[in-house]
Write a protein that binds this ligand. Structure first.
Ligand SMILES: NC(=O)c1ccc[n+]([C@@H]2O[C@H](COP(=O)([O-])OP(=O)(O)OC[C@H]3O[C@@H](n4cnc5c(N)ncnc54)[C@H](OP(=O)(O)O)[C@@H]3O)[C@@H](O)[C@H]2O)c1
Length: 334
């Protein structure tokens, strides 16, 4: 099989040949048709330092066809088209083939291209787990409650807006800093779009709506934490997704009996939790919703086939912090 391996943080990846792995246990061997990139790719790359041995194959968003299965597999067989994010503790998808545990894999949407499909899993799992597993939103009883999404035009926000509207019936307040990202948030279904950065509290108050019951923070936890504590409704919940670098002061939440929860979408696969197969369930529901037109694809940029050059361009775009929607690439063999 072919793979793109990073030997250090600075240099572009190198195309290398590796023996194609043989699946065992719950693993599927997938021939990759398309991948998508995420900020976690650039974060893992940055941590490789000067010299990483062995080189690391990164990337955690793919769509492809199953070519072989391990002895424990029951859900998928050779020939099935699948999409998945995978497990950060295992080799990633910048490759022609990849092993992935079938319990974190879903059937690829039939109505989307491989690239559009690859752009979905990591962000959809993050958004779904944030809303339903961490914030514990119940679509039957929480309809009409308010969710503020900070940094909503990016990959996670694009699908989080839609899931919150379509699956949970929430009123969604999205944040964006530019006319094009604001327009995208509205296209994804946001009810209101306000500016992030230091405008956040003032702009929220200008809406003249009640305080948010839930906040999903997709950027700069340190910068927004005090603002979120000020904005959150009594008994509300804040969900964080981005590592903080300063201690977080919880005291302002006490009188409101408000809470903070973390979402890390690799927890289930990385720690092999008892409910690991919840991610298969999420991806199956998301796939159906995409095919039924309830959810819309979020891919905005197709950079062509995977190569050292296109992967480097994808990372540069991610690091700009200005991605709208998602960036995808086709397989190496295209
Ligand atoms: N914990 C987890 O499981 C998990 C999962 C997925 C992602 N994440 C993390 O969540 C973050 C977002 O991921 P993503 O895929 O959505 O990233 P992304 O696509 O790169 O996000 C880009 C968006 O960020 C917005 N943005 C830039 N600077 C901002 C700021 N200072 N405040 C608020 N928004 C800002 C931009 O909006 P404007 O152009 O309008 O400014 C842009 O549209 C990343 O740090 C990622 O690593 C965590």
């Amino acid at each position: 099989m072919q793979a793109f391996a990073f030997y250090n943080a600075q240099h572009p990846p190198k195309a290398i040949e590796l023996p194609t792995p043989i699946p065992q246990g719950y693993d599927l061997l997938v021939a990759i048709e398309a991948i998508a990139v995420n900020p976690v790719d650039t974060k893992v790359r940055a941590n490789l330092g000067e010299q990483h041995n062995p080189p690391r194959i990164i990337g955690w968003d793919a769509c492809g066809t199953v070519v072989a299965v391990g002895s424990e597999c029951q859900q998928f067989k050779a020939g099935d088209r699948v999409f998945y994010a995978g497990d950060i503790s295992r080799p990633g998808c910048y490759a022609s083939h990849q092993l992935v545990d079938e319990r974190i894999v879903g059937p690829a949407p039939r109505s989307l291209s491989a690239e559009q499909s690859a752009a979905i899993p990591l962000t959809a799992i993050t958004a779904w787990e944030a809303l339903f597993s961490r914030l514990k939103i119940h679509p039957e009883t929480d309809q009409g409650k308010r969710l503020l999404i900070i940094g909503a035009a990016g990959g996670v926000g694009s699908i989080a807006i839609q899931i919150a509207k379509v699956m949970a019936g929430l009123e969604v307040i999205a944040t964006a800093s530019r006319p094009e990202s604001e327009a995208w948030c509205r296209q994804m279904g946001a009810d209101h779009v306000i500016r992030h950065g230091d405008h956040l509290i003032n702009d929220y108050q200008q809406l003249r709506i009640a305080a948010p019951d839930y906040i999903l923070c997709l950027n700069e936890t340190d910068h927004y934490f005090a603002m979120m504590c000020e904005l959150i409704a009594p008994q509300g919940l804040i969900c964080l997704t981005v590592t903080n670098h300063q201690p977080l002061m919880l005291e302002p939440l006490k009188n409101k009996s408000a809470g903070v929860v973390w979402e890390f979408m690799f927890t289930r696969p990385m720690m092999n939790t008892e409910d690991i197969a919840a991610q298969q369930d999420i991806l199956t529901q998301v796939s159906t919703a995409l095919d039924q037109g309830q959810l819309k694809p979020t891919m905005t940029t197709h950079l062509g086939a995977m190569s050292a050059d296109t992967l480097e361009r994808a990372h540069k775009q991610l690091l700009s912090g200005r991605t709208i929607g998602k960036i995808a690439l086709s397989s190496v063999s295209d």
